[in-house]
Design a protein around this ligand. Sequence first.
Ligand SMILES: [Zn+2]
Length: 239
Amino acid sequence: MMTQKNGIRYSSLLTLPGVVHGYSTRALGDARIRTNTDMIVRNLTDRALPLLHAAQVHGNAVSIVDSATTGVVPLADGLVSGTDNILLEVHVADCVPMLFFDPVARVVAAVHAGWKGTLAHIAKNAVARMTESGATPKNILVSIGPHIGGCCYTVPESRAQQFLATFNTVPPVAAKENGEWHLDIGQANRFELLDAGIVPDHIDAPIVCTSCQIDAFYSFRKDSRETFGEIIGVIGLVS
Ligand SMILES: [Zn+2]
């Protein structure tokens, strides 16, 4: 379940002491613009904390970062941290953002899952990298943030078939409706998390479609070149 305050959406699952997290909305502007990002972060925490993000190259690599890491982490689509007082950021407009927190081991992750990264099992890689950092799958809480829903995400048949071959779920992650293949990329990632040992109750995946809810978010598919922007998901341990 998500709540909203000051233009930030929060997952009820991750609203816990010792961690800050949230997703920006359109009301706070295009997060590719530095001044907007700064404002979003100020709405999340009153402390000036370093913000790290992965280069997001539609791969499946997840990097472990610490206080020595600065700026953009190359070749990665996900970041894991067990270090206090740094923020991890993921930026999206239709792709799936995921925020992870193990409250026992105190390890967090921020992950970008486009269709390529989803097929390449980035969600499972994130759980594995968190485990290397001391986390335990059964303790990890995951928020699947705003992304394009199966309602609006039409894909070529070849891509739908790739997903059906990779994710054997009920209901299926792709289906043909009125002659078009629709892909539920959030459901594919949810399945992947369950397969990695995440407890069903520890996954917060509300139905929030960036294309249907274009007033609240940005959509690569629905926005025009003039109106397009990105939102960010942010998570960090604080002490
Ligand atoms: Zn939709």
